[in-house]
Design a protein around this ligand. Structure first.
Ligand SMILES: C[S@@+](CC[C@H](N)C(=O)[O-])C[C@H]1O[C@@H](n2cnc3c(N)ncnc32)[C@H](O)[C@@H]1O
Length: 235
């Protein structure tokens, strides 16, 4: 299925959800130019505004390969600059520009992850920070879906899910990037998400309902699956 059809079929719903490590970066630093690569429906951008981190930023950009995904971003704020671009090349994004570059749950969708890493590095200013997270799994990991290679996958559109650190870390140019953090956290899946998907609930009002939010606290671990969070600094 092509990326636009997929975006139409599987909408991203907005909720205030940001990885703790990213939240800490915003609390501890004064960034001025922020970009979210593969921003999708705008989960991180929405959370940024909900938490008031937008106030300190001078520029906020959202980039995605899918124009369909980018359509809803203006509903978060008209101040967000949206750009349709490929994370592997980012031809419409300037060099050495951003002091905080974020890409959550995208690199596992991209055929050439090394090219994506190089592009992220290129657009980051000197001493700027890159936050990436992706999927990491044990050999015995299990989930409902299989990807095109016939392997279990958290999402059928994942082209890869990392199984050892060197698969990704070996692609970093260690001469111009310092690893500040590499942490894996078991993935917990809210039981209510199964129900929401099953009933095809799309309304943000329902998803923001306090009772639904309370139920979403009941979570089960996904066997063998982790979120792998990496923070890099461009030297
Ligand atoms: C799982 S979603 C993650 C969205 C968002 N970052 C989040 O955490 O909610 C993956 C996103 O990556 C985008 N994407 C896939 N391949 C891409 C590419 N080559 N360049 C830019 N974006 C891409 C998809 O359109 C989708 O919006």
């Amino acid at each position: 299925m092509n990326i636009e059809e997929y975006a139409k079929k599987h909408k991203h719903y907005l909720k205030d959800q940001m990885p703790d490590e990213l939240d800490k970066l915003f609390r501890d630093n004064s960034f001025s130019r922020f970009i979210d690569i593969g921003c999708g429906g705008g989960l991180i951008l929405y959370s940024l505004y909900k938490r008031g981190y937008d106030k300190k930023l001078k520029e906020i950009w959202g980039v995605d390969l899918s124009s369909e995904r980018l359509k809803g971003i203006s509903s978060i704020s008209a101040d967000i600059k949206t750009v349709q671009d490929d994370a592997q090349t980012l031809v419409n994004v300037p060099d050495n520009y951003f002091d905080i570059v974020v890409s959550t749950q995208v690199i596992e969708h991209v055929p050439d992850d090394g090219a994506m890493i190089n592009s992220l590095s290129r657009i980051t200013a000197q001493n700027g920070i890159i936050y990436i997270d992706t999927v990491f799994k044990k050999k015995w990991a299990w989930y409902f879906y299989k990807n095109q290679q016939g392997k279990y996958a958290l999402d059928p559109t994942h082209v890869r899910e990392y199984m050892n650190d060197s698969e990704l870390l070996s692609k970093l140019n260690i001469n111009n990037m310092e690893i500040l953090l590499s942490r894996k956290q078991i993935i917990l899946f809210p039981v209510v998400n199964f129900i929401v998907r099953r009933l095809k609930i799309k309304s943000t009002t329902i998803l923001e309902n306090p009772l639904i939010k309370l139920f979403s606290l009941i979570k089960v671990p996904v066997p063998g699956y982790y979120i792998w969070k990496i923070i890099l600094k461009k030297k």
